[in-house]
Design a protein around this ligand. Structure first.
Ligand code: BDR
Ligand code: CA
Length: 349
């Protein structure tokens, strides 16, 4: 069993990461923290709670609000991709004012802030070595994680690994060089990359292969239905959950088509982090030295991946300079099989 803390900024694809975190059979989700990013921290926090409720997560799983701003940079959001509130166009999600959603946000004796929530979950699970380590997953800007490792260095031993969606190898999506999550808080990412804990980066080179095609969408709406041609209409949704997810994918598909010219469907970036935790065998990865460009005139926020080993000096691990496992390739069919299985499990609750 893998114990997971998820730090996120929902966000359409973050919502799919939450779905997987709740329904992957080998993942126990301990809690969620939220961060500024795709929308304001207030919106991403509400959205995480709305998702936990909609995906029938166990009631003790709570959402802890985190950083409203990057460490030193000016906050940025992405309404062009995710709408103003972060989950634009999604139908069938309860509003944040719904009492059942509110119940995910606060509770008797529950921690109310991200760092405290993470610390409590890791201490309680790790139990100073008598228990299990926790995998910390990040699907948004890394402000909370950077603060956490700075404030609670004594809890690093309780962390199995950091798995983060972000960066690119030689490519960006919110500047010519930088990917959105890293661009939002480059300094925070560098702090996390410098921490002596195993790290896995899932960059856009790989997430761009996880496209929700019409064939996948057909199975999402009506599992087991016959393949349809490109001009045939999609089947009717077999459940309210499936309908809601199809509106989520539909909005995301439109964003990706108009902003990036993706014609076959949107990429489910963030869901790949939890897929990695559940089934690392779906990924081909290689260790590299990764740093973040913090000063570049044209390249701030770029992940500089040393694929030819120019920087071979020892780092604080006492090993070679390679500080990060970088995902290079995804078993796309295997990933969507897992995704559709999780939807089926959620549908049964
Ligand atoms: C990342 O940025 C956001 O748009 C997504 O939620 C994802 O985490 C992709 O660059
Ligand atoms: Ca995200």
């Amino acid at each position: 069993m893998r114990y997971v803390w998820l730090d996120c900024d929902p966000g359409h694809d973050d919502a799919t990461a939450i779905l997987l975190a709740v329904h992957c059979p080998n993942v126990t989700l301990l809690g969620i923290s939220t961060v500024h990013g795709n929308a304001s921290a207030e919106n991403t926090n509400n959205n995480a709670a709305r998702c936990l409720y909609a995906f029938a997560a166990q009631e003790h799983i709570r959402v802890c609000p985190g950083a409203r701003k990057p460490l030193i940079r000016v906050e940025r959001h992405d309404p062009e991709i995710h709408g103003i509130d972060g989950l634009g166009g999604v139908e069938g999600l309860p509003p944040a004012t719904n009492p059942a959603v509110q119940a995910r946000l606060v509770g008797d004796g529950m921690p109310t802030r991200a760092l405290e929530g993470m610390a409590k979950a890791i201490s309680a699970t790790w139990q100073n070595g008598r228990g299990s380590k926790v995998t910390v997953v990040s699907s948004g800007p890394m402000t909370n994680i950077a603060l956490f490792v700075s404030v609670y260095p004594d809890l690093l031993d309780g962390i199995e690994e950091f798995v983060f969606m972000g960066g690119g190898v030689g490519m960006g999506n919110r500047s010519a060089a930088a990917e959105f999550n890293i661009l939002c808080d480059p300094e925070a990412t560098q702090i996390v990359l410098d921490v002596p804990v195993k790290k896995i980066m899932v960059p856009i080179n790989v997430t761009h292969t996880a496209i929700v095609t019409k064939a996948v969408l057909t199975q999402l709406l009506a599992p087991g239905s016959a393949p349809i041609s490109i001009d045939q209409p999609l089947p009717k949704a077999a459940s309210p959950l499936r309908y809601m997810l199809s509106t989520l994918i539909g909005f995301f598909a439109d964003s990706y088509k108009s902003s990036f010219g993706f014609v076959d469907g949107p990429p489910l970036h963030d869901a790949l982090t939890i897929a990695y935790v559940e089934k690392p065998e779906l990924f081909t990865c290689k260790r590299h030295r990764v740093d973040v460009e913090l000063a570049g005139t044209h390249t701030a926020g770029e992940t500089v991946v040393d694929v030819f080993n120019y920087r071979t000096v020892d780092d604080s691990w006492g090993r070679d300079g390679k500080n990060c496992l970088v995902a290079e390739k995804l078993d796309v069919d295997g990933f969507f099989e897992l995704f559709l299985d999780c939807i089926a499990r959620c549908d049964k609750v």
